[in-house]
Design a protein around this ligand. Structure first.
Ligand code: KG4
Ligand code: ZN
Length: 337
């Protein structure tokens, strides 16, 4: 069935809306970032995030529908992020979706944010074959999945403490570089040399797929504390070594997950997937191991609503999916693995 789905994403600090046709053709994708609002606080302030979503959501949705060359009554269905995320923030998009779908008597569905990220590689022309191994690396999560189909996936391992993106953000904060830190650190790292300063690689069990990034964060902090005079000057080398240590472990574990599960295709998704060094290193490692790498375009790595609308298409067309109903609620955390 031909379906133009309106996707809505408000799980954290981006108010996003998109229209995607039949799960893959992006007709529009709008993202209103709240970075400037949270920047002075060095992180996302949940209450402010909810308020800003309320202020932005109508305009962002109107823009997305207009950009898609449509009128509101041409929207066939709605897909909205249900969780995990900040409850107050999620509720803004979720309540909007409920009201919109109810008023127009069209179907709607709640979408898991993590599964939507994993789906993001299917918004490209060339897509992986099932099953594939996917690394989701974002500000809130770092997990490896064995993806059997759009709806079925097994988590092979995840971070035991900080997420990879969170570690980038915290290191940026320690270096006084503001929030969010991923982009700033990756740019600064290009001016430095990895290995001049040495930070540990936290492989833990090399045969398992769990991660830990708190050790490297502590190592960076200790270095800063013990070099108060010159750490600013050494910031590019700190950034380069920190980034190299994180990338080395992410790449190793994803390649090994594919080998262990017998997958030929791998995918990297989530905000950290925008990191150019990570993409480059993983591309080379995939080639060396005879694997095919899939990564979303940069604008689809971070939070967006196109991945929500795209994944929502498969949910809405799957028999097992519980259709959206007015008593449905958001959730803040994933239900385990
Ligand atoms: O997927 P995302 O937009 O939001 C979550 O679902 O968390 O990911 C945001 C995270 C932030 O921690 C940000 O610092 C990180 O992605 N990030 C990066 C880069 N760009 C964004 N991390 C490393 N290198 C980057 N270039
Ligand atoms: Zn996300």
């Amino acid at each position: 069935m031909n379906m133009k789905i309106l996707g809505i994403e408000t799980s954290c600090d981006e108010t996003a809306a998109a229209v995607v046709e039949n799960g893959s053709r992006i007709l529009s994708s709008m993202v209103a970032s709240q970075v400037a609002v949270h920047h002075p606080y060095g992180g996302v302030v949940p209450e402010l995030a909810s308020r800003k979503h309320i202020e932005a959501i109508v305009a962002v949705i109107e823009e997305a529908v207009e950009e898609a060359g449509m009128k509101m009554d041409q929207v066939d269905a709605v897909a909205v992020t249900r969780g995990p995320g900040l409850v107050g923030a999620l509720l803004v998009g979720f309540s909007f979706a409920k009201a919109f779908a109810y008023a127009r008597a069209i179907p709607w569905t709640g979408v898991d944010h993590l599964k939507a990220h994993i789906y993001s590689v299917f918004l490209d022309d060339v897509t992986p074959d099932f099953p594939y191994a996917a690394l989701l690396a974002s500000g809130g999560h770092t997990s490896i999945y064995h993806v059997k189909n759009h709806l079925e996936m097994t988590c092979l391992g995840q971070t035991l403490d900080d997420a990879a993106g969170e570690a980038f953000d915290k290191v940026a904060k320690m270096l006084g570089l503001g929030y969010p830190g991923g982009n700033v650190i990756s740019e600064l790292a290009e001016k430095g040399t990895p290995g001049k300063i040495q930070f540990p690689r936290a492989y833990m069990d090399k045969t398992a797929f769990d991660f830990s990034f708190s050790g490297i964060k502590t190592a960076v902090n200790r270095f800063i504390q013990t070099h108060p005079e010159d750490y600013r000057e050494l910031a590019p080398d700190i950034a380069a070594e920190f980034q190299a240590a994180v990338i080395e472990v992410l790449v190793y574990k994803l390649i090994h997950a594919a080998e262990k599960t017998g997958c030929r295709d791998i995918a990297i998704v989530g905000g950290v997937a925008a990191n150019p060094r990570l993409r480059e290193t993983l591309k080379k490692a995939a080639e060396d191991s005879g694997l095919r790498l899939f990564a979303p375009s940069i604008d689809l790595c971070g939070d967006n609503a196109a991945m929500v609308a795209g994944f929502g298409y498969h949910l809405l067309n799957s028999e097992g999916n519980e259709p959206g109903n007015l008593t449905m609620d958001v959730y803040s955390r994933s239900a385990g693995r």
